[in-house]
Design a protein around this ligand. Structure first.
Ligand code: URA
Ligand code: CA
Length: 436
């Protein structure tokens, strides 16, 4: 394998064989292909794309770069869930306990936040005592005993992706459809589930900015899963505006608890019920998506989903005693923002709000950065809602030493209030590989 030749071949629009791609990934994972050559190849892919066969070969090679998790000792159909990332996307924290309460074994490995998109592992880390780093044996034992575990994925899971994702993040090559599809699906294959529910985000606050690109990504990922013998139920959902009302780590845990208690933001609650329903259906605890959704609603109404979250937190060494008593987020740094006019919430810009939280220290620009898990913001009015001048529209949760007034001004500017009552779509498309 000559990496330079493979870079030139892709640069010039050629098609690589499966063997060439496997050689490249094996060489890179072993440290024989240096970062600069792999980065050049990713940039060539960024401009030239990959064929479906090349993407499949890349996915297989990445999934094979480490051991595939063996979940066979857990009875039942194991279901994974993945979002391509967005703002206020607390769906995993809500849906995993719902599906587990409905009897679907949930062995969830999640990533950390990067850039303006959140990561479930950071949110879980905001819960006092919660251990996100479990050994594989602990992880499996917990799923067997409690029906749910939510932990951080280690670099051993899919080492090629851990290396490649960090490289792509630093070289302007994240936003490539075949590189995203292979990155996500190689991890899902390595994580060992029988079925996966995919939430492909679409809009300003997502990697895929328009429906055409998001639907193409959904189709590519569905095909990759199917080829690997995994059932895929996929959605393309809106990320033009934030999904939930909370942005930040501990505030998102608070909103997840609210949704599991029957409240929370309406968009987050609605999408969570649909996705949890799909997980219940994929886990063969419901015949149809509609039945799955009804079961998801019943798990919330009965309190069983919230109990399952508490059980998971306790099993992972965390403190769940605050749930139902007080918010997790410290309230002493709260800074409220009020509406300057009457009208409706016409628009909420997700990236601008996420940047405010990042600038409070709540996100990471580079993967080594530390995150302040307690800072965040909370919207009190959803898009489309009526507001009166002087009503509270959002709260920033900051800390001493932050320029709260300036941050609040930026956050307020991301929420447009005017006379139009706009309608905001939530789910654009759904596909089930079983019905294809
Ligand atoms: N999420 C991933 O896991 N990989 C990507 O490339 C993009 C989003
Ligand atoms: Ca970057």
């Amino acid at each position: 394998m000559n990496a330079e030749r493979l870079i030139e071949k892709k640069r010039d629009g050629g098609v690589l064989t499966a063997e060439e791609i496997r050689g490249l990934i094996e060489g890179y994972t072993a440290g024989d292909v240096p970062d600069y050559q792999m980065a050049a190849w990713c940039m060539a892919v960024y401009f030239q794309g990959l064929t479906a066969a090349e993407t499949a070969a890349l996915t297989r090679a990445m999934a094979a770069s480490g051991p595939r998790a063996d979940l066979s000792s857990i009875p039942g159909v194991k279901v994974d869930k993945h979002s391509t990332g967005g703002v206020g996307d607390t769906v995993t924290l809500v849906t995993a306990p719902i599906a587990a309460a409905a009897g679907v074994p949930i062995a969830k490995l999640s990533g950390r936040s990067l850039g303006f998109t959140g990561g479930t592992v950071d949110k879980l880390s905001a819960i006092p005592g919660y251990r996100t780093a479990l050994s594989f044996e602990e992880f499996i034992r917990q799923v067997r005993e409690h029906g749910i575990a939510m932990a951080g994925q280690s670099a051993e899971l899919c080492p090629a992706d851990a290396l490649l994702y960090a490289l792509r993040d630093a070289t302007g090559t994240v936003e490539s459809l075949p590189l995203i599809a292979s990155s996500v699906m190689s991890k899902k294959i390595a994580a060992g589930a029988d079925a996966v529910v995919l939430d492909v985000k679409c809009g300003r606050g997502a990697f895929m900015k328009n429906r055409k690109a998001a639907e193409a990504l959904m189709e590519e990922m569905t095909a990759l899963g199917t080829a690997a013998g995994i059932r895929v139920i996929a959605f393309v959902t809106d990320m033009e505006i934030p999904l939930g009302c909370a942005i930040g780590n501990s505030v998102e845990v608070d909103e997840a608890v609210e949704v599991l208690s029957g409240g929370g933001g309406q968009r987050l609650a609605a999408l969570s019920k649909t996705i949890a329903g799909a997980m219940i259906c994929a886990g063969e605890k419901a015949e149809t998506l509609a039945e799955g959704r009804r079961i998801a609603e019943a798990m919330i109404e009965s309190g069983r989903a919230l109990d399952k979250l508490k059980e998971c937190i306790a099993a992972q060494g965390g403190d769940a005693s605050w749930i139902g008593v007080r918010p997790l987020t410290p309230q002493d740094g709260a800074y409220d923002v009020y509406a300057g006019a009457d009208g409706y919430v016409e628009d909420i810009r997700p990236v601008e709000l996420a940047r405010v939280v990042m600038d409070m220290g709540g996100g990471r620009e580079k993967k080594e950065d530390d995150v302040d898990l307690t800072v965040g913001l909370r919207l009190w009015k959803e898009a489309g809602a009526p507001v009166a001048k002087g009503e509270k529209i959002l709260t920033l949760y900051g800390r001493d030493g932050l320029p709260m007034e300036a941050l609040a001004r930026r956050a307020a500017a991301a929420v447009r209030i005017g006379p139009e009552r706009n309608v905001f779509p939530l789910i654009y498309r759904m596909a089930d590989s079983r019905e294809a």
